[in-house]
Design a protein around this ligand. Sequence first.
Ligand code: GDP
Length: 306
Amino acid sequence: LVRLRERLARSGSPLGARLLSVLSRDHLTEEDWDELEETLLLADVGAGPAGELIDALRTKVRVLGVRDAASVRDLLRTELVALVDPSLDRSLATSPRAGEDGSPVPAVVLVVGVNGTGKTTTVGKLARVLVAEDRSVVLGAADTFRAAAADQLETWGSRVGVPTVRSDRDGADPAAVAFDAVRRGRTEGADVVLVDTAGRLQNKQGLMDELGKIRRVITKEAPLSEVLLVLDATTGQNGLNQARVFGEVAGVTGIVLTKLDGTARGGIVVAVQRELGVPVKLVGLGEGPDDLAPFDAEQFVDGLLG
Ligand code: GDP
């Protein structure tokens, strides 16, 4: 988490720099408040939340009679933390459960999102985190659309030392592969099965059918513990649109925000949590195996403010 803060700071957050320049003025004018709001918009906080935050901040500044920049900044920090909502449960459900016959059933984590957002990479990194916690993991390559996707997942699997269930043919039924992965996890007594999926958004009905079938088929074998939606933080409004579609079709339980290392637009956290009503649980901070961190509201806001 310290790393998260350092990296966000290094990404040259214009939020922190611009806010400081506004807040260091003696007397905040109407234009200054507009500039603060614009700065929040540039960081992708979203129009609704940014407006609410500025209103709340102005009221507090007036009521408390606060003048100096440091105090305004502290109030702003408090408002931002509240907006990101530290009270949300961001834990990942990755504990096996008892099946009907008493035998343990692995936790199944379905990972969804548009291609290129970082799904496969996230599955690989998450497997590594779990293995480091001494958990046994099976990967399922249910992105059968491109053979390269399964190869990429398998590479992560061998790197991390966990098996990957895949199909040898392009275009095999993704639900069948997901089912096989969960069954293998069950017979091997694995703790967690991570299922990677394809994310072709061009056809919403197709996506809905495919994810719906994967969900149905998996739940014949084990309940779904998590459905994680992977979003690329650098894509702004586009990411929000994706969140909307996947929220409708996939039963998302948590968000993974990737590529936060490459952007100062982390305010998307606020917008996307509101859109989906589920918390950001993990953040991606790079392409390497250790570049995945749990999300922490306070640390995140400190990183954003720089
Ligand atoms: P998928 O198509 O959704 O499975 O996406 P991939 O996992 O193949 O990732 C797409 C690209 O994004 C790859 O080049 C990854 O290395 C890169 N990537 C994934 N996560 C991150 C991240 O957190 N930070 C950065 N900088 N790159 C990432």
